[in-house]
Design a protein around this ligand. Structure first.
Ligand code: UDP
Length: 363
């Protein structure tokens, strides 16, 4: 009997995570997987490039739901997904990470009594002002199968009463992905941009807490601009951040000192991460990729879910409350010469296989 799976994706990091699981599922002849793209990210360089590079099967549906308030977006996704799931009646719905697409997919499925699997379960920032935190907590509490990337995630779930066979510690699919991509990394971009290896800082900013708060956004732009006098700063700009810079009148200020570029493909991004001397980011995925690449990282947030990176001394949390603080924190990180720890934090690179095995009903 064939096991049918519908995966729900909508945002850049979800395409990357889904690619890993989809690749592992394709090895099972008795599993049939289809994808729904909610449309949350729709630009070619935020969506199509990942399907092409990572050979993700084309989605059967693209809901085209984007650029709305959280409630409107989640509600429309819920409604549209429900309609498709009634028709498809899969055995499993698989959701990834912590976006509105994750929550909408999980809610639509669970109300139809379709089993929900959550990949990257158990992460917590303990900051309920983050939309991602609400999405994760709610999704974890309705999921039937929770794939946790780390011990810390398993412990977070246990504290909320979610434990036992529902929870599987499988490692992080982003590590699988980085290993898969190793042979495909596209070194052309750092060279085209004229960047010296270990001679530049790579920055990414897109979290709502930074983009929607003009004081924080200004602190980040000015802090990065100050350090750019010492070392070039490359900023592949997320569309949300581009809109926010425009809205807050900071676009000219950002492009005066920073090398602002369009979002890049995954294989080019990994090359930038490897070649950078330091990474400054508010991205979850990029924090871990910095570690995989052996590049120190500064997290421009008040906290991080990836606490093991901070404990290992490869990541420091730097709340972007004012420009001086951001500049000083980046300078301190550049001056830090400590030896890189030889540790494995995210499993052995077989998370995708473990997830596929569990969905196939094997132990
Ligand atoms: N990424 C990319 N191009 C870019 C910026 C990021 O391919 O210009 C990749 C990055 O390598 C990582 C993922 O996007 O794999 C992280 O996604 P994002 O920062 O949007 O979301 P988060 O990880 O914070 O959920």
């Amino acid at each position: 009997m064939t096991i049918t799976i519908v995966a729900i994706v909508g945002a850049r990091p979800q395409f990357i995570k889904a690619a890993v699981v989809s690749r592992a599922l394709r090895r099972y002849r008795d599993i049939s997987e289809t994808l729904i793209h909610t449309g949350q990210h729709f630009d070619d360089n935020m969506s199509r490039v990942f399907f092409d590079e990572l050979e993700i099967p084309a989605p059967t549906h693209n809901l085209g739901i984007a650029q709305q308030s959280h409630g409107a977006m989640t509600g429309r996704m819920l409604e549209a997904t429900e309609r498709i799931l009634i028709e498809a009646a899969p055995d499993w719905v698989v959701v990834y990470g912590d976006t509105n697409s994750t929550l909408a997919g999980a809610l639509a499925a669970i109300k139809l009594h379709i089993k929900v699997a959550h990949v990257e379960a158990g992460l917590r920032s303990f900051n309920r002002r983050m939309p991602e935190e609400i999405n994760r907590v709610a999704t974890d509490h309705v999921a039937d199968l929770l794939f946790a990337p780390t011990e810390a995630a398993v412990a977070n779930l246990a504290r909320e009463g979610i434990a036992g066979d529902r929870v599987r510690l499988v490692g992080d699919v982003m590590y699988d992905s980085a290993r898969f991509a190793r042979a495909r990394i596209d070194q052309a971009l750092p060279r085209t941009l004229g960047l010296r290896p270990k001679g530049f800082i790579l920055a990414t900013i897109h979290r709502q807490e930074n983009t929607d708060d003009p004081a924080r956004l200004r602190a980040i732009v000015e802090g990065l601009s100050a350090i750019a006098e010492t070392m070039p700063v490359v900023l592949p700009l997320h569309p949300r951040t581009r809109s926010a810079l425009t809205a807050h009148g900071l676009e000219a200020r950002a492009s005066a000192r920073l090398r602002v570029i369009e979002p890049v493909g995954y294989f080019a991004m990994l090359a930038l991460e490897q070649a950078a001397r330091l990474i400054a980011t508010d991205s979850g995925g990029v924090q871990k990729e910095a570690f995989f690449a052996g590049t120190p990282c500064v997290t421009l947030r008040d906290e991080t879910e990836w606490v093991e990176l901070v404990a290992a001394g490869v990541n420091r949390v730097l709340p972007p409350t004012d420009a001086t603080r951001v500049g000083a924190g980046l300078r301190a990180a550049l001056a830090d010469e400590r030896a890189w720890p030889k540790i494995e934090l995210y499993g052995g690179g077989r998370a995708g296989e473990a997830i596929a095995r569990a969905l196939a009903g094997e132990r």
